[in-house]
Write a protein that binds this ligand. Structure first.
Ligand SMILES: NC(=O)C1=CN([C@@H]2O[C@H](COP(=O)(O)OP(=O)(O)OC[C@H]3O[C@@H](n4cnc5c(N)ncnc54)[C@H](OP(=O)(O)O)[C@@H]3O)[C@@H](O)[C@H]2O)C=CC1
Ligand SMILES: Nc1nc(=O)c2c([nH]1)NC[C@@H]1CN(c3ccc(C(=O)N[C@@H](CCC(=O)O)C(=O)O)cc3)C=[N+]21
Length: 303
């Protein structure tokens, strides 16, 4: 029997509905609508699509948004100045600097991702990329949860997939996905999302020995590698849950990091690409933007 498809799009719509309702209540209590500022440097086509989707989702949830487009020739000082002005702007609750940043034109200093992300005020850091928010997450007392791992946690929970006592293998150790994902699932209590903790976590990467065997030992396999269809059917334990984070453009097709047709024959449940983790990332960004507004209004001390 082929695997159940975990419908990320549907779950994302459900979460967006909840955020819209909470935004309505927040505004009814006399607050200005939450506001997200996205900074897009350069012309990367995938980033354009993502930022457009995000703006549309904000509008539907009653969240205000502004898009600051800056040319690929922007200097580090210009970008840091823009971030600082968004930090100071009391009407802006959330700030997102779209990644990747473009390469610098010849003869100009590069835009360093770390320096730029460090400049975002932690109380407005809706991506949860700043060192303060990463540290709070590590300690099990997060303020903002990073959007993609949080979306995955929500999807598992809402699909009634238990993580406690399970062996989760996360393939990929990026700061955005793999590393925080592993940390969240290994937490002792529910601090990083409802009932999604207490997993036994293996964090695999490009230097992992015998990756296929490590993957086959997973009850839940989470692939965040960025290599089209590298997780094959024979790397999956029969009956496992497979979460495919990868978004790879191959010609005009969008494919994940998992060879879906093969995996579907082995797994018990699997996320498709598109329509899996991607839409959840956006839903959790909306959630974080409302949370940011509440924190700044003094409405709640922590998530
Ligand atoms: N759906 C969504 O919302 C999102 C999707 N994505 C997508 O997820 C994917 C991963 O993104 P991101 O985490 O930013 O990627 P990065 O490129 O930052 O990290 C990739 C990770 O995969 C590891 N890796 C690379 N090759 C192999 C290999 N052959 N075997 C095992 N591990 C390997 C790398 O190992 P090492 O550390 O050793 O180099 C690294 O840790 C991309 O396709 C991206 O587009 C990203 C963010 C959100
Ligand atoms: N500061 C920052 N924060 C991010 O969260 C961030 C980022 N930079 N840079 C790039 C990655 C990637 N990412 C995606 C989000 C949604 C979809 C998404 O909605 N995907 C749709 C398909 C969209 C399409 O057709 O291209 C889907 O999977 O169904 C994809 C990718 C967020 N990222």
């Amino acid at each position: 029997m082929p695997a159940t498809r975990l419908d990320g799009k549907q779950i994302a719509l459900e979460i967006r509905g909840e955020v819209a309702r909470d935004v309505q209540q927040y505004v009814a209590a006399g607050h200005a609508p939450p506001k997200l500022a996205a900074v897009l440097v350069g012309e990367d086509p995938a980033s354009q699509v993502y930022v457009r989707n995000k703006e549309r989702a904000c509008a539907k949830a009653g969240i205000a948004s502004r898009l600051d487009r800056m040319p690929a020739t922007t200097t580090p000082d210009e970008l840091l100045e823009r971030i600082d002005s968004l930090n100071q702007d009391e009407s802006v609750n959330g700030i997102l600097v779209q990644l990747p940043l473009p390469a610098a034109p010849a003869g100009q200093p590069a835009l360093d991702e770390r320096t730029v992300l460090d400049a975002v005020d932690p109380i407005k850091d809706v991506d949860a990329f700043s060192p303060i928010n990463v540290g709070l997450l590590m300690q099990g007392r997060p303020r903002f949860l990073p959007c993609t791992p949080h979306g995955i946690v929500q999807m598992l929970h809402r699909s009634k997939i238990e993580t406690a006592g399970k062996h989760v293998v996360v393939v990929g150790r990026s700061e955005i996905v793999g590393k925080p994902m592993a940390m969240m699932l290994a937490q002792k209590d529910g601090s990083c999302g409802p009932e999604t903790a207490n997993a036994t976590v293996t964090l695999a990467h490009s230097r992992t020995g015998n990756l296929a065997e490590v993957c086959r030992s997973a009850d839940i396999l989470i692939a965040a590698v960025g290599r089209p269809e590298m997780i094959r059917g024979d790397m999956i334990r029969p009956g496992a849950v497979v979460v495919d984070v990868g978004i790879n453009r191959v010609g005009d097709r969008l494919v994940g990091d998992v060879a879906f047709a093969e995996a579907e024959q082995v797994a018990a449940a699997i996320t498709p690409v598109p329509g899996g983790v991607g839409p959840l990332t956006i839903a959790m960004l909306l959630h974080n933007t409302l949370l940011a507004a509440k924190l700044q209004a003094g409405d709640c001390s922590i998530g």
